[in-house]
Design a protein around this ligand. Sequence first.
Ligand SMILES: CC(C)(COP(=O)(O)OP(=O)(O)OC[C@H]1O[C@@H](n2cnc3c(N)ncnc32)[C@H](O)[C@@H]1OP(=O)(O)O)[C@@H](O)C(=O)NCCC(=O)NCCS
Length: 119
Amino acid sequence: MGEEGRDYTLVADIAGVVSGFVVCQCVVGELSVHNVAVAPGAQRQGLASSLLRRAIAEAGKEAQRCLLEVRASNAPALALYRRLGFGEDGRRPNYYPCAGGREDAVLMSLESGAERERA
Ligand SMILES: CC(C)(COP(=O)(O)OP(=O)(O)OC[C@H]1O[C@@H](n2cnc3c(N)ncnc32)[C@H](O)[C@@H]1OP(=O)(O)O)[C@@H](O)C(=O)NCCC(=O)NCCS
């Protein structure tokens, strides 16, 4: 735990191989998702969903909501977050550098207790 907040870093280990991780930090009641990634061979098996749900559950009552930013072009991540119940709050125009120049950051949030179960 740093002075700025409590860290929630979870790693998915499948048969001794790191297959995914999520890095979050809770500051004054808000859980920020800094990164989440799953190895290509382990994707579409619910791993990122499980990691995010677990981090949100561990933050528990300390976090009133969960926040993140994602590239507007990152369709898999946007689909993941929407599936979990995150809503879009706005955009930071031209926030990220990309091959074609710049692209927007999509700002998303999830209120505590609003996450969706896997259908
Ligand atoms: C985004 C990422 C973390 C998703 O991990 P994952 O373990 O495959 O995600 P899940 O299996 O939990 O997916 C849950 C749901 O998200 C959506 N989803 C996930 N990947 C998707 C894809 N490639 N295309 C469309 N929808 C996708 C689907 O609705 C999926 O449910 P379904 O498989 O039943 O259709 C993974 O693709 C990844 O590591 N990408 C590179 C790193 C990255 O972009 N991280 C996000 C930074 S903001």
